[in-house]
Design a protein around this ligand. Structure first.
Ligand SMILES: NC(=O)c1ccc[n+]([C@@H]2O[C@H](COP(=O)([O-])OP(=O)(O)OC[C@H]3O[C@@H](n4cnc5c(N)ncnc54)[C@H](OP(=O)(O)O)[C@@H]3O)[C@@H](O)[C@H]2O)c1
Length: 480
């Protein structure tokens, strides 16, 4: 049922070379690709099929998690075609249609198509329009799906506009909005930890949890992505999509089952209940920053007010989470590269031991670069005295030799082939996260910023520490 021709718009681009083609190679290696399958890669450059395959071979050698094997490559390369076309020109879609007919028959793909838009966001609607006009969105007895890269719009209004176009052409059930964080192994593990153990879910609430901290930090700056980043900033680039998705997995109620819609129904309820929303509260609870050398990066204005760091104190306004702060921070040019979630539990109310260590129980989920779950609790230090020390239980997934975690894109491609949309953002998730982010961006409009305000290689501006200090808390930096 999942046979298909996978059509990549942006076949010569960075994402295709670094992520999509290596993912397909790894899926072949694991025997997971559908039986009837082919890839049609679309680019503007004038390349022969051989020249294109040479480029792809090099990227697979460089980026695939499995070592290069001639046998696997031979299998993949026979499935890949290169099609040169200008995707803004509708006339060329007729030729594309003929070409897809040929590929469909040759590779027994049953006329099923998955269009992956690995192109700059301003082309998303143009391509969707042209596909619809050329009737390449047809669903009669076959499927036509579309996979859209992020960013899905640059604010609520543009996201609504783009969504209308896509839904008109393909329908929600055939639309796969990529948030590659959701394909990460440890994010999928959050639900398993919560709902497949009797240990955590009963204490997953305001009575037992003191705070939640989420950090997504990078050591690098914006590099060559200046033109894109100047129009985005950390709040659009990271918080609107990845970090709010992550938060909704932590904070959601138990779904009634694991169907895509049940899971997303619960996630969306979290996004609807996020605070702060008023200007005064936003000012009090959200801090932004810019690293010192940002304004001298290529394609960045020397007076830029784009934030490269943001720290937020959020509330999820539900009975489960009353008064539990969710602290989120993300930024570039920070001291460590990491994605980490820390659930800190409250200290026991009545302490039998007066020498209890000050380290509270913590559940730590490391998403990247290390992957694993760590639980910090108190135990007696061996010896004759009753000394208590914090100890740690860990499940370090990628510490075991031989474990080779699949890349997020492998899981996401396979799910789209199989028609499983659980790990893709549904429209209402995108809608409510933009509503929340738009209010923040709007309230920033008239505020003066004192940028740049943090040294390269530090944890953001001093105000980010003050945000937590007001609550008697500190950021937990795991290397400490
Ligand atoms: N790169 C990443 O790691 C990454 C990560 C997350 C999300 N994304 C998202 O993925 C998307 C693609 O990013 P990217 O970095 O791969 O971009 P990119 O390297 O700039 O690639 C753009 C692609 O679009 C093609 N193209 C542009 N105009 C065209 C036209 N008129 N007709 C036909 N082809 C045309 C280019 O073809 P030619 O090269 O032949 O001109 C190229 O294949 C973006 O939405 C980005 O936000 C990327």
């Amino acid at each position: 049922m999942n046979n298909n021709t996978f059509v990549i718009f942006g076949g010569t681009g960075d994402l295709t070379q670094r992520k999509l083609m290596p993912a397909l190679y790894n899926l072949i290696k694991e025997g997971s690709l559908p039986k009837g399958f082919a890839v049609v890669s679309i680019g503007r450059r004038d390349l022969t099929r051989e020249a294109y395959l040479d480029q792809i071979q090099t990227s697979i050698k460089t980026f695939s998690r499995y070592p290069f094997e001639e046998k696997i490559w031979d299998e993949l390369k026979n499935l890949i075609y290169y099609k040169q076309m200008d995707f803004t020109n509708f006339a060329e879609y007729e030729k594309l249609k003929e070409f897809l007919d040929f590929v469909d028959i040759k590779h027994h793909t049953k006329g099923n198509h998955i269009y992956y838009l690995a192109v700059a966001p301003e082309f998303f609607d143009v391509i969707v329009d042209n596909l619809a006009k050329a009737n390449l969105n047809a669903q009669n007895g076959k499927f036509s799906r579309v996979m859209i890269e992020k960013p899905f719009g640059r604010n609520l209004q543009s996201a609504i506009y783009l969504n209308q176009k896509i839904i008109q052409a393909f329908g929600e059930e055939n639309t796969y909005r990529i948030d590659h964080y959701l394909g990460k192994e440890m994010l999928q593990n959050i639900m398993v930890i919560r709902f497949a153990n009797s240990l955590f879910e009963p204490v997953w609430n305001k009575d037992y949890i003191e705070q939640v901290q989420i950090t997504s930090s990078e050591t690098i700056g914006i590099g060559t992505r200046g033109s894109y980043y100047e129009n985005a900033g950390a709040i659009r680039d990271m918080v609107q999509s990845h970090l709010l998705q992550l938060l909704s997995l932590i904070a959601m109620e138990r779904p009634k089952d694991l169907s895509p819609n049940s899971v997303r129904d619960e996630k969306v309820k979290v996004l609807q209940k996020l605070k702060p929303t008023s200007k005064a509260e936003i000012k009090k609870n959200i801090v932004r920053g810019q690293y010192k050398s940002y304004r001298s990066e290529p394609n960045v204005s020397t007076t830029s007010t784009t934030e490269t760091f943001v720290a937020l104190k959020l509330e999820v306004d539900t009975p489960r989470w009353k008064n539990v702060p969710f602290y989120i921070r993300t930024g570039k040019k920070l001291p460590r590269k990491a994605i980490e979630i820390i659930i800190q539990f409250k200290q026991p109310e009545k302490m039998l031991y007066d020498n209890l260590t000050s380290i509270p129980n913590m559940l730590i989920i490391k998403v990247q670069p290390q992957e694993g779950v760590f639980f910090v609790f108190n135990a007696k230090k061996p010896g004759t005295k009753n000394t208590i020390i914090p100890v740690q239980m860990d499940f370090c997934q990628n510490c075991d030799v031989g474990i080779n975690t699949p890349e997020a894109y492998e899981r996401l491609l396979l799910d789209a082939f199989n028609g499983d949309s659980t790990l893709f953002a549904r429209w209402d998730e995108v809608l409510y996260s933009w509503k929340f982010i738009d209010a923040i961006i709007e309230s920033w409009q008239d505020d003066e910023v004192n940028f740049p305000n943090y040294e390269d290689g530090t944890y953001g501006p001093i105000e980010a520490n003050e945000l937590l200090a007001k609550d008697g808390k500190e950021w937990i930096n795991l290397e400490d």
